[in-house]
Design a protein around this ligand. Structure first.
Ligand code: UDX
Length: 440
């Protein structure tokens, strides 16, 4: 069979990365979005978000002539053999369920122009059962009717590692309803599979579930170690040492066992909530009831960080100067969606503190959403005259801060290490009062 031409519908984080990487791997790719500005920026070689390595690949893909962008679904339908749906599924306002507006709208807009055999592949994170529903929608709407098939190919990419995770993922999952769909997907991932990447072929519902099950497991692992941190705090034990000791057990492993301020971002928090909502609808809410506790532990870490800062500020942060190091939900990202860092900074501000934030990449995003906070030009600038410094995102440049240099600019040598990123002995030796979650 011939090499398929690909369209990627939705050029946000996931879609832009997928479109660029697929073009670099040798496919003819058309990126599609309803946002004209986004399409114009990508077409001119600009990646509209922060992701290491991606701007260089966009330049390369555009120069190859294999990557183009459009806002026309009609053009996409005429061009593509395999259409990847990469639009967002945010949390619904006032509910925990996923908002399916963008998925339904983009599949509908594409389907009405599909006049020949094609495969529509969902990549967005969706409530289980969506693929079955969309299959009916596509077959009803497309002029080509039953010739159009649907498949599911969940995406596991991590921000900051998006290129690596797309080019050489840990695994590929193809949820399919026919041998033809499997063959088309194999062709659309041929260069990735050729590297020996493991492939699991499943039915549609299982493929949808793999994604939420994986993210729920990862969230559980983080909250598990953070629950142990709560116990450590009550006993004077050290959760960092505990985590290291656990990690030697290869059945447990050390990845995603880093204690601290907990998880945020555009995926884990919303995905576990949407999973709970969907499980309730399916009558199996009890099976994933533990995720409510996982979410609760995660929220308590934010509150505990605020408490530690308050303690170091002498029991009340009102009128105190606080330096907040970090705004992004994790390092090597400018993403502030559900960022624990900004949650803590915002709470301290509401409690009357004068909070000055610095982040190496997320300043523009943070200023847009939190105009009430002050912003520094560097970590040292933010720390000037601070009564308490709190490290909220573990950027490498924060790990490398010289405690003596920072001591020279602050008003009070007190630091809360929300991410276990600093060496307590080194900071204490430089005269700092060092506190961390779950550590004596
Ligand atoms: C996650 C999943 O890892 C990815 O597979 C999925 O496709 C999307 O969601 P991402 O949101 O980019 O990716 O970030 P990730 O690296 O998983 O980190 C999530 C959050 O957990 C961050 O806030 C991070 O600081 C926190 N985290 C991670 C911990 O607190 N401890 C850890 O041990 C690991």
């Amino acid at each position: 069979m011939n090499t398929p031409r690909l369209t990627v519908i939705g050029t946000g984080y996931l879609g832009a990365t997928h479109a660029i990487c697929m073009a670099v791997l040798g496919f003819e790719v058309l990126g599609v979005d309803v946002d004209e500005q986004k399409i114009a920026r990508l077409a001119s070689g600009e990646v509209p978000f922060f992701e290491p390595g991606l701007p260089e690949l966009l330049t390369k893909a555009l120069e190859s002539g294999r990557l183009r962008f459009t806002t026309s679904f009609e053009e996409a339908a005429a061009f593509g053999d395999v259409h990847f749906i990469c639009v967002g599924t945010p949390q619904q306002k006032g509910s925990h369920a996923a908002d399916m507006t963008y998925v339904d709208a983009s599949v509908g807009a594409l389907a009405k122009h599909l006049t020949r055999k094609a495969l529509v592949v969902g990549k967005s994170t969706v409530p289980v059962g969506t693929a079955a529903r969309l299959t009916a929608l596509v077959k009803e709407t497309a002029p080509a009717g039953d010739e159009v098939e649907l498949a599911w190919n969940p995406e596991f990419l991590r921000e900051g590692f998006a290129v690596e995770d797309t080019m050489k993922p840990d695994r590929l999952v193809f949820g399919v309803a026919s041998a033809w769909a499997e063959e088309r997907l194999r062709a659309a991932f041929e260069p990735v599979l050729a590297q020996g990447v493991p492939l699991k072929v499943t039915d549609l519902a299982t493929a949808e579930l793999v994604k939420v099950a994986a993210n729920s497991f990862l969230a559980t692992k983080i909250s598990y170690i953070n629950a142990m941190a709560e116990v450590c705090e009550a006993t004077g034990a050290d959760v960092s040492d505990l985590a290291e000791a656990l990690a030697f057990d290869t059945r447990i492993g050390g990845r995603f066992l880093r204690p601290g301020l907990g998880f945020g971002g555009g995926c884990l928090p919303k995905d576990i909530r949407a999973f709970m909502a969907r499980a309730e609808e399916l009558g199996v809410g009890q099976a994933v009831g533990f995720l409510r506790e996982i979410d609760g532990i995660n929220q308590r870490r934010r509150a505990r960080t605020v408490d530690l800062v308050t303690e170091l500020a002498g029991g009340d942060v009102a009128g105190k100067k606080i330096a907040a190091l970090g705004a992004a939900f994790k390092p090597d990202s400018d993403d502030i969606r559900d960022a624990p860092a900004l949650d803590v900074a915002g709470t301290l501000h509401r409690m009357g503190a004068e909070v000055t934030v610095f982040d190496p990449a997320a300043m523009d995003n943070a200023k847009r959403v939190h105009p009430e906070l002050a912003y520094g030009k560097s970590a040292l600038d933010a720390a000037r005259d601070a009564d308490v410094v709190v490290l909220l995102t573990e950027w490498t440049e924060f790990r490398r801060i010289d405690p003596a240099a920072m001591a020279a600019v602050v008003a009070g040598k007190s630091i809360v290490d929300g991410r276990h990123a600093l060496d307590p002995a080194e900071w204490r030796a430089a005269g700092w009062e060092y506190r961390a979650l779950g550590r004596p």
